[in-house]
Design a protein around this ligand. Structure first.
Ligand SMILES: Nc1ncnc2c1ncn2[C@@H]1O[C@H](COP(=O)(O)OP(=O)(O)OP(=O)(O)O)[C@@H](O)[C@H]1O
Length: 256
């Protein structure tokens, strides 16, 4: 399986009070690809277009021009809703906010398991839910907790467990650790890395933090004002950046 982003342009109508109705060129002709089991980092300062690219991949915003293709053995993959869930899932910075506050973790997982595995019995769904918790290294007790009773790291692990249910080709991670304590960050990054290595799930790791991206990714794409300024193997980008902007991002990491 392969995701190809080809000359993607996304222009948005500004909803900001001061510039309402103005067109914002959030993404201006971006191309890159991700194959099965690959981890690609998308870095750039605030407003460089990272989240807009993620939303376009997830089908939430349409490309203004250009294409986003999921290819299976060279052929376009169909996009009925169920199928789309198997192409890409997404996790967010604020994991707790992405969980339904009224549902216990077990019920939330159960609902999504029922959608994607309709033939399973209630018992089998529960077994699968508990198995998912183990896969993200959470205690079974978490099954009976509400999102408000979870720590930030636990909530992110539940969000990851939920994303795994359709067994997606790609997990889009939008700043998945930037709201967490440094000690908790490493555990989540290790979990994402293990999932990629063990299940072959591809990762698109979106971050303004080059250090987190470097730890996880084979390749890095550096964005500035909606355009790619540099792209290549993670080690090469981090050890000898060619673009002044990438150097500035690296210097920012060194100062932390
Ligand atoms: N819904 C929207 N309407 C209008 N403009 C938008 C909208 N969403 C984003 N933008 C603009 O598009 C540009 C890219 O924003 P985007 O959120 O993709 O950047 P980002 O790199 O993800 O930033 P951050 O790291 O702060 O999340 C910015 O100028 C932003 O103001």
């Amino acid at each position: 399986m392969r995701l190809e982003i080809d000359n993607l342009v996304v222009s948005l109508r500004s909803d900001h009070m001061l510039g309402r109705g103005r067109t914002v060129h959030a993404v201006k002709g971006v191309s890159f690809a991700i194959g099965t089991g690959e981890a690609v980092g998308l870095v750039g300062e605030s407003g460089s277009g990272k989240s807009t690219i993620a939303r376009a991949i997830m089908g939430v915003v349409p490309p203004t021009t250009g294409e986003i293709r999921f290819l299976q053995e060279g052929r376009a993959s169909g996009l009925p809703k169920q199928r789309r869930a198997k192409l890409a899932q997404m996790i967010f910075q604020d994991a707790a906010a992405s969980l339904n506050p009224r549902l216990k973790v077990g019920s939330a997982l159960n609902q999504i398991i029922a959608v994607h595995h309709p033939r399973l019995s209630a018992r089998e769904r529960e077994t699968m839910g508990l198995g998912l918790l183990r896969r993200v290294a959470l205690d079974e007790m978490i099954f009976d907790r509400f999102p408000r009773e979870l720590s930030g790291g636990q909530a992110q692990r539940v969000a990851i467990a939920r994303a795994l249910i359709p067994e997606p080709f790609l997990l889009v991670c939008d700043e998945p650790v930037s709201a967490l304590d440094v000690s908790v960050q490493a555990g989540i990054l290790r979990l994402l890395d293990d999932l990629r290595r063990n299940s072959g799930m591809a990762l698109l790791m979106i971050s303004h933090d080059l250090a987190a991206v470097r730890a996880l990714c084979d390749r890095i794409v550096v964005l500035k004002e909606g355009e790619i300024v540099e792209a290549g193997p993670a080690n090469a980008i981090c050890s000898s950046p060619t673009h002044a902007y990438t150097k500035a991002l690296l210097d920012a990491v060194a100062q932390i």
